[in-house]
Design a protein around this ligand. Structure first.
Ligand code: APR
Length: 194
């Protein structure tokens, strides 16, 4: 496993894949697919949903309209429109209500189902925002741990995915993810020693 710190980025090799943390704007990422933290209507909203539709243009919403919504924990794929990313994977995170409504299972499913869609489409690189940690109120530290653990477990079993980048909006989110990643690396069997 190699750790590479460069200011507000962190990289870890897991299996044959690279897992990256960066601070920035997900709409600017040059990857095969970016993941949208959508709502179950898939008809747009604020936060990262609003940013992706603004940057990607109307073709994304036109395709979303054909999909007839998406239940929490599931994922749907559309064109990336005008984005650098060819595709947008829309996933619907849980609304945090204290932790007793299967929120952890649903959030885990968002990451896993998004990666399963990317794998099925033959994609190699995916960027995620911090799903559910904004309007949906999921506590950042716990959401970061779920996000990273789910993705790390998936990467060990699915070598086709070569890059997963977590794009964190602001220093607080970045630091929460970096802390969670450091803790996971201490106990994660899949990280490759280099
Ligand atoms: N790039 C990366 N991350 C971003 C960006 C961006 N351009 N804009 C916001 N974020 C971050 C937020 O800071 C937060 O950490 O994305 C994370 C998720 O926040 P939200 O976008 O509020 O998403 P979520 O908490 O999952 O709530 C989803 O909000 O926008 C509506 O339609 C959406 O109803 C749905 C709900």
């Amino acid at each position: 496993m190699s750790l590479f710190f460069q200011g507000e980025t962190m990289e870890v090799m897991i299996g044959g894949a690279k897992l990256e943390l960066v601070e920035g704007d997900i709409t600017r990422q040059d990857v095969d697919a970016i993941v949208n933290a959508a709502n179950s209507s898939l008809l747009g909203g604020g936060g990262v949903d609003g940013a992706i539709h603004r940057a990607g243009g109307p073709r994304i919403l036109e395709e979303c309209r054909q999909l007839g919504g998406c239940p929490a924990g599931e994922a749907r794929l559309t064109t990336g429109g005008n984005l650098k990313a060819r595709y947008v994977i829309h996933t619907v995170g849980p609304i945090y209500q204290g932790g007793g409504q299967r929120e952890a299972q649903l959030l885990t499913s968002c990451y896993r189902e998004s990666l399963k869609l990317a794998t099925a489409k033959g994609l190699n690189s995916v960027a995620f925002p911090a799903i559910s940690t904004g309007a949906y109120g999921y506590p950042l530290a716990e959401a970061a741990r779920i996000a990273l653990k789910t993705v790390m477990d998936y990467l060990v079993q699915h070598p086709q995915i070569k890059l997963v980048r977590f794009v964190l909006f602001g220093a607080a989110a970045y630091e929460a993810y970096e802390q969670a990643l450091r803790e996971l690396l201490r106990v994660f069997p899949g990280a490759r020693e280099q």
